[in-house]
Design a protein around this ligand. Structure first.
Ligand SMILES: C[S@@+](CC[C@H](N)C(=O)[O-])C[C@H]1O[C@@H](n2cnc3c(N)ncnc32)[C@H](O)[C@@H]1O
Length: 429
């Protein structure tokens, strides 16, 4: 349940927001708490009503074709990332995705007058507005330099950086981000692992493995995607005119939207998998398991009014949004989706706690794909239903042709190979 909001005064509203971030564990360290208390979010969102500004929600600030392309990120997500990033006084920090400038101001508060923050954004109007917001909050160009450019290039002029943070989702690690990182530095970015987006902090390897980078910490996230020349091939294909039904794919060229729509409009009878899950198991575990192993991983998202027809059997995620995941084989052509069968047991009141029998709904010539998906569901269940706990990612160059170990999964990207493995815990630094 949302906490009651006590006041309409900006300072009191901010205090209330920060208290909540501390209570819910997004803010864990006093320095990050102090930064959030000191920097008022409303100065970065002029014209937005104060009660909206000081909710723990992302606020879109620019759209293209109805789709948000810039926003002030959710404060809890920003706090979680700042905890991962560990900015110290005097650090030189590069942010990619200036947006409103709010996170850059928090970074500048953390690295102090002896530090330096450079933040990059792709659009001139966003850059101009971020500069104005930062100036209003007392952060002039001597504290935060806002640069117009493609963050995929980094910003070589002030490299190397102690910390590089992307506040926009990437598909791969662009060469400049690794090249411009100082020895001992950290690169933090939301990265698409095909079945899930995760915020991963990477440092230089300490084990002499010859890898470019290795993960230090991993958290969940949901960020809009990088635009421009360094954008990945991943896409949400709109399957209707209003964009309320979308199919998420790792490669937009896998299937044409009309062909995908034709497949999904012709469902076969759903078959039980024999496995029951809670809705959160899907996004915290099974989706990642499938995506890491299957290039044909897909996610079907259905919003609002379209939910009634296309959303049958999908899982509810937030108000009016339904989704599920599955596998696509464009050559068959076939698509198989995981759908909710009956409730597997009576019990908890909250819908998110219901245990639901998982079924597979086939579309097209799907016998082979259905068996493949069912085998993954059983294997994930038999493996103890892993999520991203203990996940490690080693980043090497594409030239590294070393065969993966038995417990390793390789995602070949444009510039790097991500070698994903699961251990008991992540290395501490
Ligand atoms: C979620 S917003 C960032 C929020 C921001 N840090 C703040 O505090 O308001 C993502 C931003 O990334 C920017 N962006 C997208 N692609 C980019 C790219 N290739 N280079 C630089 N910025 C990019 C978008 O224009 C958008 O402003």
């Amino acid at each position: 349940m949302a906490d009651p909001v006590p006041s309409t005064d900006a300072a009191a509203l901010n205090a209330h927001l920060v208290d909540g971030l501390v209570r819910h564990g997004a803010i864990r360290s006093p320095r990050i708490e102090a930064a959030f208390r000191a920097v008022p979010r409303h100065l970065f969102l002029p014209g937005v009503p104060l009660d909206e500004v000081y909710r723990d929600e992302a606020i879109p600030t620019k759209r293209r074709d109805g789709v948000p392309i810039s926003s002030s990120s959710q404060p809890a997500a920003m706090a979680t990332m700042l905890e991962q990033l560990g900015v110290e006084p005097g650090h030189r920090v590069l942010e990619i995705g200036a947006g409103t400038g709010y996170n850059a101001a928090l970074l500048a508060h953390l690295d102090g007058p002896a530090g330096e923050v450079v933040t990059v954004d792709l659009d001139e109007d966003i850059v101009v507005a971020a500069r104005a917001h930062l100036a209003a909050a007392g952060f002039g160009p001597d504290r935060v330099r806002v640069v117009l450019g493609d963050g995929g290039e980094g910003f070589a002029e002030r490299a190397p950086y102690d910390r590089i943070e992307l506040t926009v989702g990437a598909w791969d690690i662009a060469p400049a981000w690794s090249d411009q990182l100082a020895p001992g530095g950290l690169l933090l970015l939301p990265i698409w692992l095909r079945g899930a987006q995760k915020t991963v902090a990477f440092g230089r390897p300490t084990d002499g493995s010859g890898a470019l980078l290795e993960s230090v910490s991993v958290t969940d996230c949901a960020f809009m995607r990088l635009r421009g020349a360094f954008a990945g091939p991943e896409a949400f294909l709109a399957l209707d005119e209003t964009g309320t039904v979308t199919l998420g794919l790792d490669d937009r060229n896998l299937i044409a939207p009309a062909a995908a729509r034709a497949l999904l409009d012709a469902p076969g009878p759903a078959a039980p998998t024999g496995v029951a899950i809670r809705p959160r198991d899907l996004w915290q575990g099974l989706a990642l398991w499938l995506g890491l192993r299957e290039p044909g991983f897909c996610g079907l998202h259905v919003d609002g009014d379209a939910a009634a027809a296309m959303g049958a059997g999908l899982f509810t995620m937030g108000a009016g949004h339904r989704w599920t995941v599955g596998l696509l084989d464009p050559t068959a052509p076939a698509c198989c989706l995981l759908v909710a069968g009956d409730r597997a047991q009576d019990g908890p009141e909250r819908a998110e706690d219901h245990l639901i029998a998982l079924a597979i709904r086939p579309h097209g010539d799907a016998t082979v794909l259905r068996d493949r998906l069912a085998a993954h569901v059983r294997a994930w269940d038999a493996a103890g239903r892993p999520g991203s706990d203990g996940m490690r990612i080693r980043v090497s160059s594409l030239a590294d042709a070393a065969a993966p170990g038995a417990d390793e999964i390789v995602l070949a990207k444009r510039w790097t190979r991500l070698v994903v493995s699961f251990g008991a815990s992540s290395p501490d630094r």
